[in-house]
Design a protein around this ligand. Structure first.
Ligand code: 0WD
Length: 255
């Protein structure tokens, strides 16, 4: 049974075949959703096109979430094809590289803090504000977080603060949109080797430690994150909102 039959969902945050958003798009498509996509810039367009193609979608829109104008244009343009739709995936994060390498207080700057929070947290609310007129009741909004929101960890630094903000954003957005039965949730994924992860110093060491300590004894795949996103996007999750779902092989439950 396809659990997303009849749903129209926008996917933002594909940068490569390894992106978590790619795993999510494949799972949503498999479960019967119609998909639309955003791409950050022309360099990434062909990669997003490849995923869109296999998901039978030709709805591709440029969107740099640091620009309110681009976010507004995205939803206006999407509404030409989809007057109403059923939610979006926000798999977007960014912090300047020098923020993610070394001691937190040595690295953090006012500008680094601002950029990380703007792109990685505020943009989720900004997208929801702009999408609101076009969202069906019972839509589902999903973002991606990481355990660095809850615990300090080497090199993750200001991105941990931005993820903590993002998780609070999930709760406040869930309260704001609940009257329309729109649900808002985050998936806190275990570490996965992607382009964004490559920017974090010593990421490989993090993966090895994760494999050793996680109750399930292995790393998480983008397919597994995709399956959890498909659940959250579906009506099976109709009572789930304002939550952070850990898709991490149990790692966050260990000491
Ligand atoms: O271990 C991991 N990879 C984890 C990632 C564990 C837990 C959570 N996450 C989160 C990330 O923090 C992010 O929120 O998952 C989300 C997706 O990240 P990803 O799949 O790991 O990384 P990637 O494939 O690089 O996609 C993130 C993309 C950007 O990639 P690049 O590599 O170009 O920075 O976010 C997009 C961009 O496509 N992005 C933007 N999109 C629109 N406007 C912007 C922007 N300003 N900045 C980055």
């Amino acid at each position: 049974m396809a659990i997303l039959e009849g749903k129209k969902i926008l996917v933002a945050g594909i940068a490569s075949e390894r992106s978590i958003a790619t795993g999510i798009a494949d799972a949503l498509y498999r479960e019967g959703a119609e998909l639309a996509f955003t791409y950050l810039n022309d360099k990434l367009k062909s990669r997003v096109e490849a995923v869109a193609g296999r998901c039978e979608s030709n709805l591709l829109y440029p969107c740099d979430v640091s620009s309110d104008e681009q976010i507004e244009d995205l939803f206006k343009n999407l509404s030409q094809n989809w007057p109403k739709f059923d939610g979006f995936i926000h798999a977007i994060a960014f912090a300047p590289a020098e923020q993610l390498d070394g001691d937190y207080l040595d690295c953090v700057t006012r500008e680094g803090f601002k950029v990380a929070h703007d792109i990685s947290s505020y943009s989720f609310a900004a997208m929801a504000k702009a999408a609101r007129p076009y969202l069906n009741d019972e839509s589902s909004l999903i973002t991606l977080s990481y355990l660095g929101a809850e615990r300090s960890m080497p090199n993750y630094n200001v991105m941990g603060l931005a993820k903590a903000s993002l998780e609070a954003n999930v709760r406040f957005m869930a309260a704001s949109l609940g009257k329309s039965s729109i649900r808002v949730n985050a998936i806190s994924a275990g570490p996965i080797r992607t382009l964004a992860a490559a920017g974090i110093s010593n990421f490989r060491k993090m993966l090895t430690q994760f494999e050793k300590s996680a109750p399930l004894g292995r790393c998480v795949t983008i397919e597994e994150v995709g399956n959890s996103a498909a659940f959250l996007a579906s009506n099976f999750a109709s009572a789930v909102t304002g939550q952070v779902l850990h898709v991490d092989n149990g790692f966050s439950t260990t000491t």
